[in-house]
Design a protein around this ligand. Structure first.
Ligand code: KG4
Ligand code: ZN
Length: 349
């Protein structure tokens, strides 16, 4: 079976083609996974501007499809299923992908499968693994920070989520404060790694928001404010940053990253213990963070009989392959009643 995946929920235009074979256990082969990034468009703003994102998706989506077909050496008539993200996400962006999928499906008489973006992030971690349930999935991206109890594939319960900013958003906003560029996650971790190598003395201590709260919710907006005060020289007893104090920026990045990781790891471990989860899943754009991968893996190792799953780096940030994989798993919901396929910015898992 050949599956086309279309992703436009935020600022990445993703089109992928996968081949699924094998009878008892599906063997998934990614034939192409084209992602057109809009980093240059949004970088001057330090975050995604929804209407600009939609305009870029509109410009890029057809060239991405052409490239994906070419790389897979296939034609539209070879596609069996069209899968598309319908939510959650930015509505101007989602509408471009959903309408494009509908137009293709109508033109080539193919069924469409609507895909939940969060579920797609979670299943991207499975790729061929024999996972054990229940599982706890930590989904961390620019738009979401959720702890999801996965009773089995298709059966989910959100047990905690952020009350304000997402973890990725916190990375992005702190990077913007420090003039490091967008997206912030990779920039912060790059600076943080430099601090680790060169220094051993700590001058900065940031809060670990809600770490002791007996629930699975998160809050990251205070962390950004704490960094803002430090940058302005308030409450810190230190001179304001003039942008030239490299060592201080590196330490700030190290401490920001570690504060986020401490909260994420602690809440995830608590949830795994409470729900007696057999598998721990880390997914979403922030799952590309090497320190988070390392520290959650180390924490998972200490929990007896638990399996730790993370997607390949290229499947962490938004892409069409994870949509195609999730769509394939939901293939029973394939429909040619295209009017029923609607974008939903606030879709829940
Ligand atoms: O899943 P994703 O591509 O898009 C959304 O659905 O939001 O996640 C993007 C987010 C951005 O906030 C970006 O800063 C963050 O993932 N990110 C990282 C890293 N790579 C991407 N955060 C921390 N460390 C990274 N290496
Ligand atoms: Zn995402």
């Amino acid at each position: 079976m050949i599956v086309l995946g279309i992703e436009t929920s935020c600022d990445d235009t993703g089109i992928a083609i996968i081949r699924v074979s094998g009878k008892k256990r599906p063997i998934i082969e990614i034939l192409s996974n084209v992602v057109s990034s809009q980093i240059k468009t949004h970088a001057p703003f330090g975050g995604v501007v929804p209407n600009l994102a939609a305009r870029e998706h509109l410009k890029n989506i057809e060239p991405c499809l052409k490239t994906a077909l070419k790389e897979a050496d296939l034609k539209m008539k070879d596609i069996d299923l069209i899968t598309v993200t319908i939510g959650p996400g930015l509505i101007p962006s989602l509408l471009i992908g959903v309408n494009f999928a509908k137009a293709l499906a109508y033109r080539y008489k193919k069924p469409i499968i609507p895909v939940n973006h969060i579920e797609a992030h979670i299943v991207s971690a499975f790729s061929g693994e024999n996972s054990k349930f229940p599982a706890i999935a930590l989904v961390v991206s620019g738009g979401h920070t959720q702890l999801v109890l996965v009773k089995k594939l298709g059966s989910y319960k959100i047990i905690g989520e952020t009350r304000d900013d997402a973890a990725g958003e916190c990375f992005d906003k702190v990077a913007k404060l420090l003039n490091l560029g967008y997206p912030g996650g990779p920039k912060i971790s790059e600076q943080a790694a430099k601090f680790e190598i060169q220094n051993s003395k700590f001058r900065i201590q940031l809060p670990r928001p809600m770490i002791t709260h007996k629930n699975y919710d998160f809050s990251f907006s205070g962390l950004k404010t704490a960094v803002l005060y430090l940058v302005q020289g308030q409450n810190s007893g230190m001179p304001a940053l003039d942008g030239k104090n490299q060592e201080f920026i590196q330490e700030l990045c190290y401490e920001t990253q570690q504060a986020i990781i401490d909260v994420l790891v602690s809440k995830t471990v608590n949830a795994v213990k409470k729900y007696r989860a057999k598998t721990i899943i880390l997914a979403g754009g922030v799952a590309a963070n090497k320190e988070l991968r390392k520290q959650l893996a180390a924490a998972a190792k200490k929990i007896p009989h638990s399996l730790f799953l993370i997607p390949d780096f290229k499947l962490c940030t938004d892409n069409g392959a994870m949509i195609a994989i999730d769509g394939y798993l939901n293939r029973k919901s394939a429909s040619k009643n295209y009017n029923k396929i609607k974008a939903d910015a606030n879709l829940r898992i």
